[in-house]
Every structure is written in structure tokens, then in C-alpha cells.
Design a protein around this ligand. Structure first.
Ligand SMILES: [Zn+2]
Ligand SMILES: [Zn+2]
Length: 183
């Protein structure tokens, strides 16, 4: 699977590079590169009452971008604004299930957001978990009932911290099959 990581708004390149290094260790037969340049955070995604951005609107821009970049099987957008999805107060990310595009937000993954005094690794691990989760969705994997599996739904950062970065055996099998079918 060829994954392109796309910054939506300004994301430090070293953050994206760290993410790319992590992702290739999780999915089989996968290469991951950082796309040059960035997409703007779409102004139309901003809900002024909530002061949050609609994740589906941003995801659709990533999807359109992905459709025009045939060299990538999947494009993962990374944004650093607070995002929500209809019916949810906030989300860590969103993806097409299955589809060509996924999105994660770094906003609520930072220890500072929770006034935590956490080690530096905490943020990177959370980011990887959310990226793997959303990319898993693009391969057609639904939420997994096992709370340790990265495909388990995260209702809060506690759920994210509790689960591992890896797919459980069943989800891994599903991912492998989907990746081999990419041709
Ligand atoms: Zn999910
Ligand atoms: Zn699973």
C-alpha cells in the first residue's frame, strides 16, 4: 500500500516524518511518504458557534486531492485544529470505510490539552494509534470489540491510551487481504 501523508494547514515536517516511520511498521507491504506542500484548512469547515471544524468537510478535500494523485493508494491528511463529526462533541479523526482518504487531528492528542505532564513519547504514540485506526478504516475494517486492538473505537483519550498501536490478529488479517487486493 502506498500512503501519502498530507499536511492540512501547517504541521511540522518532523512530526509527519515520525508518523510515516511508525505506520510502515504496522501495515504489511506498505510505503509511506510525505507529500510536498499542504492543503489549506477549508474555511467552510469552520462551525463558528462551536469553534470547531467539521471533519467530514476536511476529509472530503483530502479525498478529492487523493483522487487526483494516482500514485498513492491512500492519502492521510493531518490537521491541527479541533474537529467534530455530526453527533459527536469531537473526534480524533475520520475516514472513508473503505476509501482513498483518512484524516487525523493532532489537537486533542497533545498532553498539554489535558494539562498532563506526560513524557515526550506520549504524543507520538497517540498520533500513530489514530493514524493506524483511520487507515484501517480505509481498508474496510470496522470497529473492533477488543479494547486492546487499535481498531477499537476511542470515545476519549483514555481509550486511545489504553489500546495498542497494533491491529489484533483478525484485523491484521483483514488489513493484509485488503492490501494484497490493492494490486
Ligand atoms: Zn473509527
Ligand atoms: Zn481488532
Amino acid at each position: 500500500m502506498k500512503i501519502g501523508i498530507l499536511s492540512v494547514g501547517q504541521i511540522p515536517p518532523e512530526v509527519l516524518a515520525e508518523l510515516a516511520q511508525g505506520i510502515v511498521k504496522i501495515f504489511p507491504d506498505t510505503a509511506c511518504s510525505i507529500i510536498n506542500g499542504s492543503l489549506p484548512v477549508p474555511e467552510r469547515a469552520l462551525d463558528r458557534k462551536r469553534n470547531q471544524y467539521n471533519s467530514s468537510v476536511i476529509l472530503s478535500d483530502v479525498g478529492v486531492f487523493s483522487a487526483n494523485k494516482e500514485k498513492y493508494d491512500r492519502v492521510l491528511g493531518v490537521v491541527d485544529v479541533d474537529i467534530f463529526s455530526s453527533g459527536l462533541n469531537y473526534v480524533f479523526g475520520e475516514a472513508y470505510v473503505p476509501g482513498n482518504a483518512a484524516l487525523i487531528s493532532l489537537w486533542r492528542l497533545k498532553p498539554e490539552f489535558y494539562r498532563e505532564n506526560a513524557g515526550t513519547n506520549v504524543f507520538a504514540v497517540r498520533m500513530l494509534k489514530e493514524a493506524v485506526h483511520e487507515l484501517g478504516h480505509t481498508l474496510g475494517i470496522q470497529h473492533c470489540p477488543k479494547s486492546y486492538c487499535v481498531m477499537h473505537f476511542s470515545n476519549s483519550i483514555f481509550d486511545t491510551d489504553k489500546k495498542q498501536t497494533l491491529l489484533c490478529d483478525q484485523c491484521y488479517l483483514q488489513a493484509s487481504l485488503a492490501i494484497s487486493n490493492l494490486g
